[in-house]
Design a protein around this ligand. Structure first.
Ligand code: ZN
Length: 602
């Protein structure tokens, strides 16, 4: 009787201290379901495994413990790299946390309200919304920093936060990748001049490379503007994947990537295109000039290049998207004396000089009012075009998911919100700003999407919710001495990785299902503890190898003889027909050291 009582006390002690699997993973999760299509959709896989809970309202989700741990690790990597200085002359970085509610009056000043992409808050009986839920915080941060940036001596400053943001997506796709609520790191920098702000842009670019390298997944940084000094210098961070909504043009020679909307290239086949020629009619802002844009029907018109070619800001961009008939009607209605109204023809450089152009739609016009601008590039870059950066490589197109973006903002927000400082010469100057975002929920969703296979998720160890799981046969609870050993194993792991260990000691789940669940959840290493092999522990590697330094360590230690470690060396296979996992057998006393060596590569 007495010994039974002791056992009961021991068990409750263990359960109060342990991270038990059933608290974190859906107990009804069936690892086999991932094979039979249950894991095709990443959102469903994350839901079934207990990472997220999808609300019936599209685009909204709750984070469950596994999802929260993953997103926190992503946040920790971001914080660590933002807070740590690369060199001593770096700008100071501080973390803040702003309210999610912002007065609409601020947004009216910057011209970003009314805005049908924001959620607004109305007080009872109030027709006009006085507040909105922030999709991003340029307005709020600019207003907040005002009392602290009075003098040039207070500059530069960088502040950041990791918080929930809100955007009214009309058609939210899969909750985690494009939701109506999302987790974002947004940083803002404040400077005395453009030169200083661009130095900060470069510093943040270096920090972003360190952050994305720590996530271990190959990424692409793409220029999102023409690359000119000043202006709207910006760079985007993408993961290449076919489900992505963005399109990147990447040079096969120099590797420089840019967003298709901002891609600079030299068209191939100049002057060779014959049919079918398309025409789009638009107007200038005055409405007194009709502009015909002629381009190959195989290409897509790029409004930015059209404006550039037309050589003026007075082109009415709204009319480019209007049906041709409407534009022509508007032109005829607004110009009583059509013989005096001017007309401009823009001819894309790809067109053959003797291409068959569509019939001119007006019967009344004066040839003398006609101006033709030819040999201009009016279309989006296409696969095969020549790269503008190196001049020799050809462009290919890749679909991608945007996960980060850094901008030089200039005075876009500081000017309308009157953020000024007193300069050395005692003059009032407008503060120059930059902003820098990373979507944490996007990073989580993208990496899940990019790494999953027919077994389930496969996290890099740096962001895995747990780096190691420990699984036991269900009858472990009859073996109090082994339970005590497990307790000892955990308590003697003084390294800070012990928080990353998940113990699955469930009574009612078979060992096989526990192993499969750990693998499906994407935990990089699964340690199997059983009476038969004890004091040796079997390790199964689920994580993908991003490097191979462990083999060197294994050889240097005399093929594991310094440690009591035997590598079974089977290469991990994700083929469901032939599921084999790389295996290692390690003595319990060397477990910590061996795990540390193995995890470096995963
Ligand atoms: Zn190139």
């Amino acid at each position: 009787m007495r010994s039974l009582k002791t056992t009961a006390i021991k068990l409750s002690y263990i359960s109060s201290k342990r991270s038990y699997c059933h608290q974190f993973i859906n107990p009804n999760f069936d690892p086999k379901a991932t094979k039979s299509g249950g894991g095709n959709n990443t959102n469903d896989l994350l839901t079934n495994l207990g990472y997220i809970y999808q609300l019936p309202t599209a685009g909204l989700l709750h984070y469950l413990p596994l999802g929260l741990r993953t997103v926190k690790k992503i946040g920790d990597i971001i914080r660590k790299n933002l807070n740590n200085s690369i060199d001593a002359n770096e700008f100071p970085v501080n973390e803040v946390s702003l309210s999610s509610i912002s007065p609409t009056s601020l947004w009216v000043k910057t011209g970003r309200y009314p805005n049908d992409e924001v959620f607004t808050l109305n007080k009872n009986g109030d027709k006009n919304a006085k507040f909105l839920l922030v999709p991003t915080c340029e307005e709020e941060i600019t207003a907040m920093m005002k009392p602290y940036l009075k003098s040039y001596k207070n500059l530069p400053q960088i502040v950041y936060q990791i918080s929930r943001k809100y955007r009214y997506e009309k058609r939210p796709r899969g909750g985690i990748l494009r939701g109506r609520e999302f987790l974002m790191k947004d940083a803002y920098s404040f400077h005395v001049n453009e030169r200083d702000a661009l130095k900060c842009f470069d510093m943040m670019k270096s920090k972003y490379d360190l952050i994305f390298q720590a996530f271990k997944i190959p990424y692409v940084s793409a220029w999102a503007d023409s690359g000119e000094i000043g202006g709207d210098r910006s760079m985007e961070y993408h993961y290449l994947h076919e489900i992505g909504e963005d399109k990147l043009m990447i040079c096969d020679e120099c590797g420089i990537a840019s967003n298709i909307e901002k891609c600079q290239s030299t068209p191939v086949g100049k002057g060779q295109f014959k049919d079918p020629v398309e025409v789009t009619w638009c107007l200038n802002k005055e409405g007194d000039t009709l502009i015909g844009i002629y381009y190959p029907g195989t290409h897509e018109l790029d409004p930015r290049r059209v404006v550039e070619a037309y050589g003026g800001e007075d082109l009415d961009l709204d009319t480019i998207n209007m049906p041709n008939e409407k534009v022509l009607l508007k032109y005829q209605r607004e110009n009583e004396d059509i013989m005096l109204a001017s007309m401009v023809r823009l001819m894309d450089c790809r067109l053959h000089p003797r291409s068959n152009l569509p019939d001119f739609p007006l019967s009344k016009y004066s040839k003398f009012q006609f101006v033709t601008i030819d040999e201009v590039d009016l279309c989006f870059s296409k696969v095969g075009d020549i790269c503008e950066h190196c001049g020799t490589g050809h462009l290919r197109m890749e679909k991608s998911i945007e996960v980060g973006h850094i901008f030089y903002l200039g005075d876009k927000y500081s000017k309308p919100l009157d953020l000024k400082y007193v300069s050395k010469d005692n003059a009032q100057e407008v503060v120059k700003m930059g902003c820098y975002g990373i979507g944490l929920s996007r990073v989580l969703g993208s990496i899940a999407e990019l790494t999953k296979d027919d077994i389930g998720l496969r996290w890099p160890s740096t962001i895995a919710p747990y780096t190691v799981s420990f699984v036991t046969p269900p009858n472990i609870h009859d073996d109090t001495s082994l339970l005590r050993e497990i307790e000892h194993l955990k308590n003697n792991n003084s390294t800070n990785t012990s928080d990353d260990w998940l113990f699955d000691l469930r009574k009612d789940i078979s060992l096989g299902k526990k192993i499969n669940t750990s693998h499906a959840a994407g935990i990089p290493i699964c340690c199997i503890i059983g009476r038969k092999s004890w004091p040796y522990i079997e390790l199964e590697i689920r994580g993908k190898r991003y490097s191979n330094t462990w083999e060197k360590a294994y050889e240097m230690e005399g093929n594991g003889s310094k440690f009591d470690w035997v590598s079974k060396g089977e290469k991990a296979s994700t083929n469901s027909k032939n599921r084999t996992f790389e295996k290692h057998l390690v003595h319990k006393d060397d477990l910590n050291s061996v795990l540390a060596i193995l995890l470096k590569d995963l």
